[in-house]
Design a protein around this ligand. Structure first.
Ligand SMILES: [Fe+2]
Length: 273
C-alpha cells in the first residue's frame, strides 16, 4: 500500500522507538457556498493530487490509522492545499481525537486564488489564519516537543523559512534536557539539486526572505538558529517535507531526510535503537 522510506538510526536506546513521518497531503475541497474563484481553483488543481487511485483525505485517514502501530506520528504540513472552509473542516474531522505531532506547511494558510504566494502576502496570510489553524490542533503549531522512548521529538514551524527568537529559546531549552533530538519541519534546511527550481530552503534563501518582508536582523537571527542547530551534537537529524521527494542529503554534516508526498503514497518509517 505505502511506498515506505525506511530510516534506521542508532542512539543506544534500551528499547527501539518507531516514528511515522507524514507530509504533503494537499487535500483540496470546496463547499458549494464558497467563492467561485476558490471553486474553480479547486476544480482545476485537485486532480494534481488525486494520482494514486485514492483521494488525499482517504490516504491521510489510512496513514493516521497506520500510525497507531508507531510510538509517534509526526505530520509536517501541507495537509491542505489552501485556505477554505471545506479544507479546514476536513482537517478538523480527520485529526479529531487522534494523537500526533504537527507543524504547518506552506499551503495551510494561503488563499491560493487570491494571493501572490511568493511575496510578503504569504506571510501576512499566515498571521491572518494563525488563530483559526491553531484552534484545529491541541498542541502549539509553532513549536512542540515530546520525549518518545528517550528521543526528544521536536516539531517547529519554518514554513516561511525563518526561525524566530521564541523558537531559538525553545530549542535551547530542549537541548538542555539532554536527550538526542530529531527536528521535524515542513521546509528542509537545504534543497536537493533535483527538487523543483522554484523551491527554497531555510538555510539558503536570503533574497526570498527579503521578498517575504523579513528584515536583515530577522534573516541574521534565522541563520544563527540554523548554525546553532547544525553545530549542536544532541541534534541528530532533520526530517522535512515540502519537496515531494524522498531522499537523504546531509547539510554541513548533519543528516537531513526528505519525505515524499503522502498524496503519492510516500511516507517515512523511522526506527531508532
Ligand atoms: Fe507540498
Amino acid at each position: 500500500m505505502w511506498k515506505a522510506n525506511k530510516v534506521s538510526l542508532h542512539f543506544g536506546l534500551e528499547k527501539p522507538v518507531r516514528i511515522l513521518h507524514l507530509t504533503d497531503v494537499h487535500i483540496l475541497l470546496a463547499y458549494d457556498h464558497e467563492s467561485d474563484a476558490h471553486k474553480s481553483f479547486t476544480a482545476k488543481r485537485a486532480p494534481l493530487f488525486e494520482v494514486s487511485g485514492r483521494s488525499p483525505s482517504e490516504l491521510l485517514e489510512e496513514a493516521m490509522d497506520y500510525g497507531k502501530e508507531f510510538d509517534c506520528t509526526v505530520v509536517t504540513g501541507d495537509v491542505v492545499d489552501c485556505v477554505s472552509e471545506a479544507n479546514y473542516d476536513e482537517m478538523r474531522r480527520i485529526f479529531s481525537g487522534r494523537d500526533f505531532m504537527f507543524t504547518l506547511g506552506s499551503h495551510e494558510y494561503i488563499q491560493m486564488h487570491r494571493h501572490e504566494v511568493r511575496t510578503h502576502e504569504h506571510r501576512d496570510s499566515k498571521k491572518e489564519m494563525w488563530d483559526e489553524l491553531q484552534s484545529i490542533f491541541s498542541a502549539d503549531i509553532g513549536f512542540d516537543s515530546r520525549i518518545v522512548g528517550g528521543v526528544n521529538v521536536i516539531t517547529a514551524d519554518n514554513a516561511t523559512f525563518a526561525w524566530s527568537e521564541v523558537q531559538y529559546k525553545r530549542f535551547r531549552e530542549e537541548v538542555a534536557k539532554g536527550y538526542p533530538i530529531l527536528i521535524f519541519t515542513h521546509t528542509p534546511l537545504h534543497m536537493p539539486k533535483n527538487a523543483a527550481l522554484d523551491m527554497y530552503a531555510t538555510a539558503d534563501c536570503h533574497d526570498h526572505m527579503v521578498r517575504y518582508g523579513f528584515s536583515e536582523e530577522e534573516i541574521q537571527l534565522s541563520r544563527e538558529v540554523t548554525d546553532y542547530l547544525v553545530n549542536e551534537p544532541l541534534v541528530r537529524g532533520f526530517f522535512a517535507g515540502h519537496c515531494h521527494l524522498t531522499m537523504e542529503k546531509p547539510y554541513r554534516g548533519k543528516p537531513c531526510y526528505f519525505t515524499g508526498a503522502l498524496f503519492q503514497k510516500e511516507l517515512t518509517e523511522i526506527t531508532i535503537d
